[in-house]
Ligand binder design. Sequence first.
Ligand SMILES: Cc1cc2nc3c(=O)[nH]c(=O)nc-3n(C[C@H](O)[C@H](O)[C@H](O)COP(=O)(O)OP(=O)(O)OC[C@H]3O[C@@H](n4cnc5c(N)ncnc54)[C@H](O)[C@@H]3O)c2cc1C
Length: 307
Amino acid sequence: MADWRSELGSRLRGEVRHDERLAPRTSIRVGGPADLLIRPADADDLAALLRGVAELGVPLTVLGGGANTLVADAGVEGVVLRLPPELAEERVEGDLLTLPAGAPIARLPARGHALGLVGAEFLAGIPGTLGGALAMNAGTRAGQLSDVLVQAELATADGIGWVPAAALGLGYRVSRLPAGAVVTRLACRLRPGDVARSRAAMEADVAHRRATQPLSQPSFGSTFRNPPGRFAGELIEQVGLKGHRVGNAMWSDVHANFLVNLGGATARDVLQLMKLARTRVKERLAVTLEAEVRLVGQFVAEDVQEG
Ligand SMILES: Cc1cc2nc3c(=O)[nH]c(=O)nc-3n(C[C@H](O)[C@H](O)[C@H](O)COP(=O)(O)OP(=O)(O)OC[C@H]3O[C@@H](n4cnc5c(N)ncnc54)[C@H](O)[C@@H]3O)c2cc1C
């Protein structure tokens, strides 16, 4: 299907880039190219894209801010979709804010503050887009997106519609979005409150992150989910891997659940480190670590096998 690229490109008005490197579009700065990287012009263009990939049988991957994604060195087959931050209009109805999924996560608390609304402080310092925050049910021990999400608008090849938050299977850093669904808008309920206090809490949280996380180095935040009652970073440290390096990737010596790119790391380096941590933690501490980071693209089977 050599010509699917030009066929798809001819149906769209948005930005279509061929063989576009994805590393610069992820926070860990690792990974190969996408066959096509597409940024639709508007909601109609997105609908045309979704119909097009379904008709032509082209695989579709959604990329938000790339803050929780590891792209394979070989890249990603088919289309990688990025939503523009302004795909849909914002709406305010009392304390209910409707925002486009391609907007930065920070927009939700910021828009709330401008309206005298609080309640999304737990999003302070979390990079990425609102669509990615929904897919990951992003948050901290203080709260998670599902605490404020009322409903989400989902687009598929069959059309677009609103789905209540309760139907999205949101749990600890997981969601169960229908296969092939793209989140296009989120409706979140905040509450009237003390904006100065909310801002101060968020600033304190960001300062705490600066002191405890390796924010000057590329990473995807927490690599593994915290197992029940445990902290993945402590387990990785206990098995002697804090500061351990493979190629140009390293388990951070600041926060052991952060895997950092020292410059020129490959997805293979990253996976080797993850495998090593999983194997050692299982063997020595009898705890199974599960990845929080999402793997995207064509990986070599032996690299992704569970350690
Ligand atoms: C320094 C740092 C600190 C971090 N701290 C935290 C933290 O405290 N808490 C936390 O939860 N996370 C944290 N993260 C991880 C990350 O910020 C979150 O997971 C965030 O929600 C990812 O959003 P994104 O848009 O970058 O998603 P991406 O990485 O682009 O995508 C993640 C997943 O969401 C899917 N997706 C994205 N957009 C859409 C859409 N519109 N429709 C359907 N699916 C979509 C993708 O297909 C993929 O499966 C941190 C990351 C970094 C780098």
